[in-house]
Design a protein around this ligand. Sequence first.
Ligand code: KIV
Length: 253
Amino acid sequence: MKPADLTALKRRGEKLAVLTAYDYPTARLLDESGIDILLVGDSLGMVVLGFPDTTHVTMEHMLHHTAAVARGAERALVVADLPFASYDTPEQAIANARRLVAAGAHAVKLEGGASHAARIAAIVADGIPVMAHLGMLPQSVVQEGGYRIKGKTPEAAAALLADAHAVENAGAFAVVLELVQADVAAVLSAALKIPTIGIGSGLACDGQVLVTHDLIGLFPWFTPKFARQHAQVAVSLREAAAAFIRETKQPER
Ligand code: KIV
């Protein structure tokens, strides 16, 4: 899968399946399962590193986990998040995008619309494909005071459409729509040539992305309402640990 192929996939009406991965075995299992895109999301800050939000994730964290995922990915496109405060200027954005590519990413993702178009264009001009991210922007959660649905008013919907056109014109090859009201996500998906990849944004998007821990029940302390769980790995892990503890402490003679 190459970034340049995605627009043609969208034209053919083929949907994209995207999951997060942060380590080698998960990346390899998802890759072998046929996933289109592995996203080394900065959600790793919460579901792997135990931080309260993504603003604690550093470039060093992202480089370490991107390299592990890249070692497990044979055919999927590997996209790595540029973390909080790592793309404040076009120069910094290019330098850090290059580091993620050197660690094994095929493309990078950053959060922001028209305000970030120049940074997207600069990275793309440097030869690195960029996935954009609109709607709820987790790196701004502290300023925004929570995770809320976006695009609820006509003005907010129009601003999202303008942002979507701005990131497409800047050269982004796809755009994540996070917590965008479903009817607005449908309008954006119809308006853009590049694919939209939704998370909590309805089924009209051109693809769907989930945090793998939410899909497989590996982070039982919080699961977003929109996430359909297809496994309960935390339950299996607790059962296996309990069995091991029992066997160790009360060995059968
Ligand atoms: O960090 C992440 O996992 C993401 C997805 C939620 C889209 O950005």
